[in-house]
Each structure stands twice: as structure tokens, then as C-alpha cells.
Design a protein around this ligand. Sequence first.
Ligand SMILES: *Cc1c(COP(=O)(O)O)cnc(C)c1O
Length: 389
Amino acid sequence: MHVTQADFSARFPVATPSRGEQFIRQTSFDRPTLVLDIDAVETQYHALKAGLGRADIHFAVKANPAREIIERLVSLGSHFDAASRGEIELCLSLGAHPEHISFGNTVKRASDIAFAHHAGLTLFAADAEEELEKIAENAPGAQVYIRLIVEASGADWPLTRKFGTTRGKALHLLAMARDLGLDPVGFSFHVGSQTRKPEMWSSTLDQVAAIWTDARDAGFALSLINIGGGFPAFYGEEIAHPTTYAAAVMAQVEARFPGARVMAEPGRGLVAEAGMIAAEVLLVSRKSDDDLCRWVYLDIGKFSGLAETMEEAIRYQFTTDRDHEDTGPCILAGPSCDSADVLYEIRPVALPLGLKSGDRILIRNCGAYTSSYSSVGFNGFPPLDVVAI
Ligand SMILES: *Cc1c(COP(=O)(O)O)cnc(C)c1O
């Protein structure tokens, strides 16, 4: 469970955010702060790109909308996947070309579609009749792809139920798009976030390929397959190098969709390892003298950036200045007065026996879905601060 610095460096000689760690060690913070190493984002972009080959990378902006990240990715030629007017405006204001921004949310406000259309966006997602009607009305003639629902792949953070349509409706939606004057170009899906192994993609890709074949047989000249996100970050369990992983996914895609235009939308896999949170221990206690576990309360919790600890799905790694000491099991909790604000209890975390209030604690590889999930200040605790280096 606990991975030492040495183990970590050995696995990730390139992407280790050591600049971030050095910066944190030289700086004092008055609140939990996410330190983003923008060069590490660039390194990871190149690593993923090397494996994805001819696929276009559309960074899923929701994973981390820091201006410095978007700016750097624009300079590298990345494309973007946006979910709202706000994300589109952010990308445009930092120089992204409108035709390089997809509007990938299947639940869009009609006025946001009109805004996107007037701003020059040409590619929209849909998974329902009403959404196609909204797009046809507010972005006439636009390209659309139909989001498909896929079975759970075993991802650590599954995205299976809320979005997508079934095989039974997919062709109906393509036909409806065409009848509404839209240009139905293909399909999208999301294999589930933090899909640790490339082999876990195969059954999902089979499901999508079957529907692709149905559509081609029905006369739809599909050209685009959007493979979504799912690219993993290192949270302590072994994962492949990003280039190896991406190449293994692309090989499976090429085998099923030869010649199609491919879009990939990494969020977590692009930015998670570039971020490290500097946090502080506020209290260490035992509920009774014979308690086996200590309770460790941090100055950051579920509402201030660590929402992905929900159901203990994502297991962050912690580093303290006492990592040479023996460890014991701890229940980890946030600072707010909400009893849901417990981070890890089912599987306690091993932390040094000498850990005490006032100690700094670093949370590794948390550049994705932390600042963007932080509340504005629930219970008066400041939201996660962000510093780009
Ligand atoms: C969130 C999201 C992504 C990014 O997923 P990751 O698993 O973080 O890579 C990609 N595409 C869509 C449509 C999303 O909603």
C-alpha cells in the first residue's frame, strides 16, 4: 500500500514530479495547495502521443482546467474536449482553434450549443433524441457522434450508466441526425476512468465495433471513432508506461476500425502525475485506548479536492517526512464537519507511528479531478489552491 520514494522513482523515471516535490519542500503554504509541474504534463503528452500515433488527442478539460495546462497543450498542438460554455471559452481564450474543440457532453444547454456554433465549433456529442433536436436547431449542419453505452470494463472509476445509448437505439439516432440535417460521423464511448490495463479495452471495443458494423451495413458512411479517456495514472498499482499502454490500445482500435479517424480524450492519464498536493495533518487521535487504528484528520478532504476517494475508488499515495519510521494503520478523514468526509476507512492507510498535528503530508499524483472537484469553501475551509511551476 505504501510506496517509498525509491520505488516510485524506479517506476517513473521521467514523469516523477520531483520539481513539484522540491518546490513544496522549499515553500510554506497556509492552505492545501496543488502544485502542478507543467513540464511533466508536456512529457506525458509526448509519451501518450507516441503511442497513440495518428489519433488526435483531445484533452478532457474537466480533469484539470488550469490555464497553464491548457496554454501548454495548445502550444503542443493538442485538441480539447469541453463539457460546457465555460470550458469552451477557457480554451478559446488561451488560443485553441475552435475546430480543435469538441463539445463532448451529451447533456448541453441549448444556448451553450448556439454559443459553441457561433464560436466555430463543429463537432458535438449526443446520446438522445432531444439532444439531436437541440443541436440541429442551434448548430445546424454540425457533425455529431453518438455516445454508446458500454458494459463495465473493470475500471477503477467506472462511467458506464449515466451516458450513452444502446445498440438498439444507436442506428435510430444516426438516422434521426441525418434527417435533421446534421452530419452523423461516428461513435464515442468511455471505457471507464483509470482502466489500469490495455487488455481491459478489448470487450468494450468489440461491443462498439459490432454497432459500427451494423451502422455501416445500414448505409451510414461513418468516419470517426472517439475512444474517450480511461488512460491510467500511477496510484500505487502497477501500470504500463503511457506509450506502451497507448500503443496497445491503438493496436486494438486499428484492428477493429481500420482507416477511421480516431480521437482520444485523456484526462487523468495526461495530468494526474503532474500534480502533487501539499497538505497538513490537523489532528491524530484514537477513539479509545485499545483502538487499532488512529484517526488522522487532514486539512483537505472530500469537499476540498479529494472527491475521488468516494467509495475509496481512487487510492492516493502519501509521503511524509517520517517515512523512515514504522507505520501503523490509519483512518484518514478531511477537516469538515460532515461525517461523509472520511477518505479511507474500509482499507486503512499505513502512516508513520510518529505522525502528529502540524506535520506536512504530500499527496502524490493528484493533478486530475482535484482542483476541479473542490467546493468553493464548504464549511469555511478554503478551496484547493493551485500553483503552476
Ligand atoms: C471525463 C471524460 C474523459 C476523460 O476521462 P479520463 O478517464 O480522465 O481520461 C474523456 N471523455 C469524456 C467524454 C469524459 O467525460
